[in-house]
Design a protein around this ligand. Structure first.
Ligand code: ADP
Ligand code: GN1
Ligand code: MG
Length: 369
């Protein structure tokens, strides 16, 4: 087993329908949830890579149902792409296990899946250019559009209430009350900020309950590093990380794009003066999203594009704060106080969005006039 790998991928590999010999495995990417590996395989004299992932089953309680969602979604998108020679780069392609299932369960109870590795493309942890913002947003908008006619029953909710902000707020209140890791005293400013913004938590759910914005099939985790950008063309090539594709609101997806693609700072940046909502990036996101999703969006979705950015940034900030208060039980961390650092950038970005919200709304209104 490679010394950097927590798991023995050589033992997992033969359980999937891949012809060829295992060569090596290395931990890959910067996701906060699953264990991801790039696996090199020798096939007919050339080297091929695959993505292997151990699904985090503490977080996703029912991996077989989750993989059923992903199989349905990827097959549907592939049926639209058709025989394009680049098809296995344009949508994730699930490699079946030897037993025909879209996953393999190892003797320790871990669930594994394998995807074709999308080569000649990369993910960005920090936004670099307006073009990338435009392309990422267009790709996620298009992804939502491709799933408008997904046949069959409602997708399984892989994490119930995932973007239910009032519920996320309650979870924060409970963690604060319990203060199980004895950390509340070290997060006073952030706790006060979280409490002061509670009022906005229910706005999108209220609009949904009033019949003004519809439930759709949405991605729900549209952070910038969940879309692959083509190295040569700079175009969005493939939407990845489909664990949370399920019923949701379109604005959850746009909001998370604003959260992750308008600030020039890392999600865990310690220097908060670097964190800010940049209007040219927001404009690129709006343009990309309207070009990608465009025609199916209703009036109240468009009118809340800027607000969704503020709300989702607040919501993820609440989740980081909750996890910090609970002793880091959810998000992977690399240093002490990591979740508090992440929370601080989110709340700083909420402030920056608030400062510019009128201008953001005016920009959107001008586009759709
Ligand atoms: P997590 O849920 O932990 O965020 P992801 O599914 O987003 O896991 O995968 C982590 C990283 O692995 C991604 O950000 C991306 O860089 C890379 N990755 C995932 N799937 C593929 C793929 N099929 N081809 C190339 N890279 C991929
Ligand atoms: C997680 O899996 P990843 O790293 O793409 C999280 C998102 C958060 C994000 C914050 C299933 O996303 O909801 O917004 O971290 N995914 C899950 O960076 O909780
Ligand atoms: Mg991810």
């Amino acid at each position: 087993m490679s010394s950097e790998c927590k798991h023995d991928l050589r033992m997992i590999f033969p359980n999937f329908q891949i012809l060829g010999n295992f060569v090596s495995a290395t931990p890959y990417g910067s996701g906060h949830i699953n264990d991801t590996y790039a696996v090199s395989v020798s096939q007919g004299g050339s080297s091929m890579r695959y993505i292997f992932q151990r699904i985090n089953h503490n977080i996703f309680k029912n991996p077989p149902l989750l993989m059923d969602n992903i199989s349905r979604v990827t097959k549907h998108i592939h049926s639209k792409i058709g025989s394009d020679p680049d098809s296995t780069r344009r949508a994730l392609y699930v490699i079946p296990a030897i037993n025909g299932k879209p996953y393999f369960q190892d003797p320790d109870g871990n669930y594994w899946r394998a995807y074709i590795f999308v080569e000649k493309a990369k993910t960005y942890d920090i936004i670099e250019t307006c073009e990338n913002a435009y392309e990422a947003s267009k790709a996620f908008g298009k992804f939502q559009g491709e799933l408008v006619d997904l046949p069959g029953s409602r997708l399984e909710e892989t994490i119930p209430n995932f973007h239910n902000t009032p519920q996320r707020y309650k979870n924060f209140e409970n963690a604060l009350k319990a203060d199980s890791a004895n950390r509340a005293a070290s997060a006073k400013t952030e706790i006060e900020f979280a409490l002061s913004k509670a009022k906005m938590a229910s706005k999108l759910l209220d609009l949904n309950a009033a019949g003004l914005i519809p439930e759709r099939v949405t991605h729900n985790d549209t952070k910038l590093n969940n879309v692959l950008i083509d190295d040569a063309s700079g175009k969005g090539v493939c939407v990845i990380d489909l664990d949370t594709v399920m019923p949701g609101l379109a604005l959850y997806d746009f909001g998370d794009l604003v959260r992750t693609s308008t600030s020039p700072a890392a999600e865990d940046e310690k220097d908060l003066s670097k964190v800010r909502m940049q209007m040219p990036m927001f404009e690129a996101l709006v343009n990309g999203y309207l070009d990608g999703a465009g025609s199916f969006l209703v009036k109240d979705e468009v009118a809340n594009l800027a607000f969704s950015g503020k709300l989702i940034t607040y919501e993820i900030g609440l989740r980081f704060l909750t996890d910090y208060l609970s002793g880091d039980v959810y998000f992977k961390i690399k240093r002490e106080g990591h979740n508090l650092d992440r929370c601080r950038t989110q709340f700083q970005l909420v402030r920056s969005i608030e400062d510019q919200e009128d201008a953001m709304n005016a920009l959107v209104a001008k586009k759709v006039r």
